[in-house]
Design a protein around this ligand. Structure first.
Ligand SMILES: NC(=O)c1ccc[n+]([C@@H]2O[C@H](COP(=O)([O-])OP(=O)(O)OC[C@H]3O[C@@H](n4cnc5c(N)ncnc54)[C@H](OP(=O)(O)O)[C@@H]3O)[C@@H](O)[C@H]2O)c1
Length: 238
């Protein structure tokens, strides 16, 4: 396994949930961290915690569904941190409801955030990785993207599209030594899954954000000749 010490990672949605757990574990490996989200108070307190782990940490507050805001926010983070090696495309929303109950505006918001957000952030980071001649992009999809289900039409469609987009990125960008990794986690205890009523988050049984973060860290630490292209993680017996 390789050392990640001194690398620079940008984690979208890094203020809480899965993103914050990934930011924390990567910081423990000596990775300098940039996090993004909309709620500035959450971002500020997460950055203070990360700095306490002895790494450089910074945040940019923007809505991932706005192309211009993503580009300027990512550029500002790269300038502040002195580069970027890793993007974790994690920000997302889980608006659920029956097809009948969800408005087309809800649908558009989910697609714009979960699909276009991944596209905008990847396109903002790509020029830096291309120039460097290597890098890593982790795209967080979901098992919901592998198979649709009741009450999750927009979410599942957005996550299916993320899988496809991510696989296309992988096919194009591996030639520049950029590893694009498509992950499809099942339910993990977080604000999103608990508020959606998908789990009670019981730590005795249900995946916790740190389980996912350990997996992401270990994938990134694999020798650069090795690419985990796709993977799922489930609770053993929820
Ligand atoms: N938890 C699960 O069971 C599960 C399972 C499979 C996949 N996932 C995926 O994992 C990722 C993280 O989920 P989570 O459970 O950690 O969710 P979470 O606890 O709700 O956190 C979501 C994060 O994304 C940010 N975010 C949401 N909408 C945003 C927007 N429009 N612009 C910028 N930032 C935005 C949030 O920050 P602000 O609120 O400050 O904007 C927050 O940091 C998501 O892509 C989700 O779909 C989760």
């Amino acid at each position: 396994m390789i050392s990640l010490k001194g690398k620079i990672a940008i984690i979208t949605g890094g203020s809480r949930g899965l993103g914050k757990a990934i930011a924390t574990l990567l910081a423990q490996e000596g990775v300098n961290i940039g996090i993004t989200g909309r709620n500035e108070a959450n971002l500020r307190s997460a950055v203070e915690e990360l700095k306490g782990l002895g790494v450089k940490a910074a945040y940019a507050a923007f809505d991932i569904s706005s192309e211009a805001a993503v580009k300027s926010g990512i550029d500002a983070l790269v300038a502040e941190l002195g580069g970027v090696d890793i993007l974790v495309n994690n920000a997302g929303i889980g608006k659920m409801g029956t097809l009948e109950a969800m408005s087309s505006e809800d649908w558009q918001e989910v697609i714009q955030t979960n699909l276009f957000g991944v596209y905008y952030a990847a396109m903002a980071v790509y020029p830096y990785l291309k120039e460097k001649g290597e890098g890593d992009i982790v795209n967080v999809s979901s098992t919901a993207g592998l198979k649709g289900g009741a009450h999750m039409s927009a979410y599942a469609a957005s996550k299916a599209a993320v899988i496809s987009l991510s696989q296309s990125m992988m096919a194009e960008w591996r030639k520049q030594n950029i590893r694009v990794i498509t992950l499809t986690p099942s339910t993990i205890a977080s604000d999103m899954s608990i508020q959606a009523g998908l789990t009670d988050g019981n730590p005795e049984k249900v995946l916790q954000p740190e389980d996912f973060a350990e997996w992401v860290r270990d994938i990134l630490k694999m020798n650069r000749r090795a690419l985990i292209a796709n993977g799922s993680i489930f609770s053993t017996n929820p």
